[in-house]
Design a protein around this ligand. Structure first.
Ligand code: ASP
Length: 341
């Protein structure tokens, strides 16, 4: 029996070709992918293509598009064995993170991929990314999907989606998963590291919780920043502060007063690190004590992308009981390690 994969094409470089006369990139009709890549017919799975009517650069993807993808997966969940989302690379880690929170009780693979060069380019990385992603999206053992989470496949590596970040606009190897090991690797053989795969301990039925609240602000601190600017930012429900190293910030009393004022206004403060790997550890240095004092929430080793989309998903979400802080600190779908505080 051939496994069925629904390929959702949203846009991005992967679906483009070069107009060799003008030299510019243009989107081609992804519905014709089988003509462009007849080798897709040799795959051991059956592929059905659902292109977005209007392919998008991923800088235009946001909550509405995340909901569209989640809805498509939900409407087709029973008919397909796996899902492949082709996506621009710039914001793919945000979409993967958001989907990981929205798709509850997932027991089928949802793989995202894209490419650095268009599929119509001679040196393209698109074909390998696409074909191997299809392999992972249709991988079953004993009638059970091997991958039961949202993952990104890119340049020979399968990564947990909500642990990734795009770190290179140049290299084919554009994604990194600094705080979680890779899930699989493709070389001569296609490998999976089963110990690293996510399994939902709740074993709930699949459903979509598409709650996303946009009342979030992300702010990166820097030496010499004028704290008065905090007074000018609009009131919001969650402020994600990207601070130094393992969680330090300026020790001045003005810092404390400014952040305490923000807290007094009812804003949750989440703290994530500017370092790509490792994470926040409150209390390690004196310059991080302030966060415990004002009741800030540690983002631990979450990526900025995961922290932002998790905050969007949890804020005012009626399906979650308990406080925002408690829910944010929970590991929902493998986005956070159980280390430190
Ligand atoms: N700007 C493109 C996008 O993210 C880049 C890419 O696809 O690689 O949609």
């Amino acid at each position: 029996m051939k496994r069925k994969v629904l390929l959702i094409y949203t846009g991005g470089t992967i679906g483009m070709e070069k107009d060799y006369e003008s030299g510019s990139l243009r989107a081609f009709d992804f519905g014709n992918i089988f003509e462009k890549m007849p080798e897709m017919k040799l795959m051991e799975c059956e592929v059905f293509v659902h292109p977005f009517e209007q392919p998008l650069d991923s800088s235009d993807m946001g909550p509405d598009e995340w909901r569209m993808i989640a809805k498509l997966i939900s409407e087709n969940y029973d008919q397909y064995d796996g899902f492949l989302v082709l996506h621009g690379t710039d914001t793919m880690s945000y979409t993967a993170s958001a989907l990981s929170f929205m798709l509850k009780g997932l027991s089928k693979p949802v793989i995202l991929t894209g490419s650095q060069l268009p599929i119509g380019d001679l040196r393209t990385d698109a074909k390998e990314n696409l074909l191997t992603s299809l392999y992972y999206a249709s991988l079953y053992e004993n009638n059970e999907a091997v991958i039961q989470e949202v993952a990104i496949y890119f340049e020979y590596k399968l990564l947990r989606g909500n642990r990734t970040l795009k770190y290179s606009a140049e290299f084919f190897d554009a994604y990194s998963s600094p705080n979680y090991p890779i899930l699989g690797q493709s070389g001569v053989h296609l490998k999976i590291d089963k110990d690293n795969l996510w399994r939902d301990s709740l074993q709930s039925e699949f459903y979509v919780d598409d709650h996303i609240c946009e009342d979030i602000l992300f702010w990166r601190i820097f030496p010499g920043m004028n704290l008065n600017h905090f007074k000018e930012i609009p009131k919001m429900k969650v402020l994600i502060l990207q601070v130094f190293g393992s969680g330090t910030i300026f020790s001045s009393s003005k810092t404390f007063e400014t952040l305490q004022q923000i807290r007094n206004n009812g804003t949750e403060i989440v703290v994530v690190s500017q370092c790509i790997s490792g994470g926040i550890s409150f209390g390690k240095y004196e310059n991080s004590n302030i966060f415990a004092k004002i009741g800030a929430i540690s983002g631990k080793d979450m990526t900025a992308e995961a922290a932002i989309t998790k905050a969007m998903h949890l804020l005012n979400n009626p399906k979650y009981e308990g406080s925002f802080a408690d829910n944010f600190s929970e590991n929902i779908c493998g986005e956070i390690s159980e280390l430190g505080n």
